[in-house]
Design a protein around this ligand. Structure first.
Ligand SMILES: Nc1ncnc2c1ncn2[C@@H]1O[C@H](COP(=O)(O)OP(=O)(O)OP(=O)(O)O)[C@@H](O)[C@H]1O
Length: 363
């Protein structure tokens, strides 16, 4: 893979200057596995950003995130955090690294025989921090995650969302600079997911924490990530700002993960689509795609003005991601004899235009 494609240009000032984590040419082979889990992966995570990793099951997401705190060691390549190659750390400095890089898990990994307070305090106790300082830090963190009142409760009596809050508090006890999140909301209901995402965003902003998260939930990426990388069979296939990747996914895997517009067209309409008009009164269906790149707004008034007053909106799926409007509008337009002219005008309104076909009038 060409590292330049993915914004990692070793030695070039600027790109790497604000990089917090740099992954260079990482390959990981598990002894028993026929195929490598990661193949020549290069990427850079900027300081203070929320960086998402997506990919199909088995793509290598967990392996990648686990190399960032050396829960896994790469076969070749390296991980550099804050300018330090973490592969060179001895045992003592590895402990330091694990304190600078906190981690939360899908199934929370709490100790069931310990209370909320004890779970959060444990890493500090192990580190030999004095009692008064432990009390202060744990108190502060439980306040921050909204669990002060649950300090003496055991995990079994907490909801999933509350357990993850404990996980987050525990991951922050050593005041890390990086937080790794391994499917942190996958076991949660939608309401708790929203609350945890809000908390992660709050931590990212307030503490300036760099967050790397893996998820199979595209909504999570859309809601809180700044940039995203897409893995497939251990390789990086796409990477960039979330609004760009989600607005105009280039790779087939990304398109599949995000769902294509074809799936958004009502199936009964899809069944009646014909490649050519069968009747002069048939309507042309256009997919107007707003990628967010030109800052164009999907203005229905303008669209009707430009394409004709008999324009009908059949499907609207517009989102705002990182402040940019993007998504698809599917419209039907009369007068297919003026097809080329209509398509030319549509190109002035949307970033991409696709002719889907024709449907009989009165659809
Ligand atoms: N300890 C291991 N030993 C052997 N093979 C492994 C090990 N861990 C992962 N693998 C293999 O490496 C590949 C990548 O796995 P990984 O768990 O990193 O993918 P993933 O994208 O996180 O998948 P999922 O979304 O299903 O968790 C898979 O083929 C997996 O079977």
């Amino acid at each position: 893979m060409d590292a330049l494609t993915f914004g990692v240009r070793p030695g070039e000032p600027g790109i790497l200057e604000d990089s917090h984590i740099v992954v260079e040419g990482l390959t990981k082979r598990y002894p028993a596995a026929p195929e490598p889990a990661l193949i020549d992966v290069s990427l850079a995570v900027r300081r203070g950003e929320i960086f998402g990793v997506i990919g199909r099951s088995g793509a290598g997401k967990s392996t990648l995130i686990r190399t960032l705190n050396r829960l896994e060691n790469p076969t070749t390549g390296r991980v550099v955090i804050d300018g330090e190659d973490i592969g060179t750390l001895d045992a003592a400095r590895l402990i330091g690294l694990r304190r600078r890089v906190g981690m939360i898990f899908q199934h929370f990994n709490l100790l069931s025989a310990k209370t909320v307070w004890q779970n959060v305090a444990l890493p500090l106790k192990v580190a030999g921090i004095e009692r008064r300082e432990i009390d202060r830090r744990v108190g502060e963190l439980l306040d921050m995650v909204g669990l002060a009142e649950k300090r003496d409760v055991y995990p079994a009596r907490l909801s999933g969302g509350q357990k993850q809050r404990v996980g987050i508090a525990r991951a922050l006890v050593h005041r890390p600079e990086v937080l790794l999140c391994d499917e942190a909301t996958s076991a949660l209901d939608p309401e708790s997911t929203q609350a945890i995402l809000g908390l992660l965003q709050d931590i990212n902003r307030r503490l300036g924490l760099t967050i790397v998260l893996i998820t199979h939930e595209m909504e999570v990426i859309r809601e809180i990530c700044h940039r995203v990388v897409v893995l497939e069979s251990g390789r990086v296939v796409e990477q960039g700002d979330v609004w760009k990747v989600f607005g105009d996914p280039q790779h087939e895997v990304t398109q599949t993960l995000l769902g294509t517009v074809q799936r958004s067209i009502p199936p009964e309409l899809l069944e009646r689509l014909a490649p050519q008009p069968t009747n002069p009164a048939d309507s042309l269906l256009l997919d107007l795609h707003f990628t967010g790149s030109e800052g164009r707004a999907p203005d229905i008034g303008l669209i009707a003005q430009a394409l004709g007053t008999r324009t009908q909106l059949l499907y609207g799926g517009i989102d705002r991601i990182q402040g940019r409007a993007q998504g698809h509008l599917i419209v039907s337009v009369d007068a297919p004899d003026a097809r080329e002219d209509i398509v030319r005008r549509a190109h002035l309104l949307a970033d991409k235009v696709r002719e889907l076909g024709f449907v009989a009038a009165g659809h």
